[in-house]
Design a protein around this ligand. Structure first.
Ligand code: IPM
Ligand code: MG
Length: 360
């Protein structure tokens, strides 16, 4: 099979971790007889430095022409980087929002689970973590507060800022369908998270999710208020299978969920539209403080590449091979600094990539 993949190395540790993901993908290509064509495009600070904007129309066109996009991370230190002196629409993150919208990537899948080998890194009490957990956050990604009308005005000498939270029923329905479909491939449970005790957008969310649920009688549905969900994630994470939620709630809850795993350097994500196309990226950020030191953990990006093979290309065997290589490397006792524990062998980013490629 021929795979056309656009890569966005991005900023900070992005270029290092994407290089290791390519290394592993190249090994998959040679072992399973595929041709992988990689093309790099600029986004975020890297694009600002060259073009003055975080994402050019040409870069969008190149991404659109590919089968899938594999991304590292974008952004810098918001306190010190000159990128953050630019107007908001020219900062690195604006590039990310723009590509999500331009490619209609409305479904953001963020798995969070506890690796047996890394259980010691879980910040929860053992009586909670011993049950293990394996959840997937299905976050709506192109609507809500992120894309509603916003402005800052001055009225009678008082500054006032307005952000708007809008959802129409079609936007809710299509993400709900994605949530129920993926639950069918997992443990058949959807927890829909909203703030229906306060927000109209949440009351519509709940009503539409109930309508969609009628087509999935084999999937259990529960509704949970977002504040309660934030609590339940640290109290009893094992209760969750698929968490279905809107853009802003999903942003916050997915950081919380990844933190309770204790190993954010291990978590991948996928952003999908209603075709096979997807953008795949690690759940973590660009970690500018450790960039260029060969100490970043490339595993989240490598696992994002596995998700890409599974969701865009239907190459399940190859995706399994990558996921098994990750498990094997952990079993063999190799760790990057972020997941290091006593008795293990500490390795850098490049060596981790080599070790993973060897195990394909
Ligand atoms: C994420 C990030 C982005 C978001 C930022 C960088 C705009 O936090 O992917 O979760 O809020 O969606
Ligand atoms: Mg976030």
């Amino acid at each position: 099979m021929e795979l056309n993949i656009v890569c966005i190395p991005g900023d900070g540790i992005g270029p290092e971790i994407v290089a290791e993901a390519k290394k592993v993908l190249n090994k998959v290509a040679s072992k399973y007889g595929h041709v992988m064509n990689f093309k790099d495009i600029l986004m975020g600070g890297a694009s600002i430095d060259v073009h003055g904007v975080p994402l050019t129309d040409e870069a969008i066109a190149q991404a659109k022409a590919a089968d899938a996009v594999l991304m590292g991370s974008i952004g810098g230190d918001t306190n010190t980087s000159p990128w953050y002196k630019l107007p908001p629409q020219n900062r690195p993150e604006a590039g990310l929002l723009k590509i999500r919208k331009a490619l209609n990537l409305f479904a953001n899948l963020r798995p969070a689970y506890l690796y047996e080998e890394l259980a010691a890194a879980c910040p929860l009490k053992e009586e909670i973590s011993k049950a293990g957990f394996d959840m997937l956050i299905m976050r709506e990604l192109t609507g809500g507060l992120y894309f509603g009308e916003r402005k800052t005005v001055e009225e009678n000498g008082v500054r006032k800022a307005i952000d708007t939270l809008t959802y129409d029923e079609n936007e809710i329905r299509r993400i709900a369908i994605k949530g129920f479909e993926i639950a069918r491939k997992r443990r058949h449970k959807v927890t829909s998270v909203d703030k229906a005790n306060v927000l109209d957008s949440s009351r519509l969310w709940r009503a539409v999710v109930n309508e969609v649920a009628k087509d999935y009688p084999d999937v259990e549905l529960e509704h949970m208020l977002v504040d309660n969900c934030a609590m339940q994630l640290v109290k009893d994470p094992a209760q969750f299978d698929v968490i279905l939620t809107e853009n802003m709630f999903g942003d916050i809850l997915s950081d919380e969920a990844s933190m309770v795993t204790g190993s954010i350097g291990m978590l991948s994500s996928a952003s999908l539209n209603d075709t096979k196309f997807g953008l795949y990226e690690p759940s973590h950020g660009s970690a500018p403080d450790i960039a260029g030191k060969d100490i970043a953990n490339p595993i989240a990006t490598v696992l994002s590449a596995a998700m890409m093979l599974r969701y865009t290309f239907d190459l399940d065997k190859e995706a399994d091979a990558i996921e098994n290589a990750v498990k094997q490397v952990l079993k063999d006792g190799y760790r990057t600094g972020d997941i290091m524990s006593e008795g293990c062998v500490k390795v850098g980013c490049r060596q981790m990539g080599d070790l993973l490629a060897e195990r394909i």
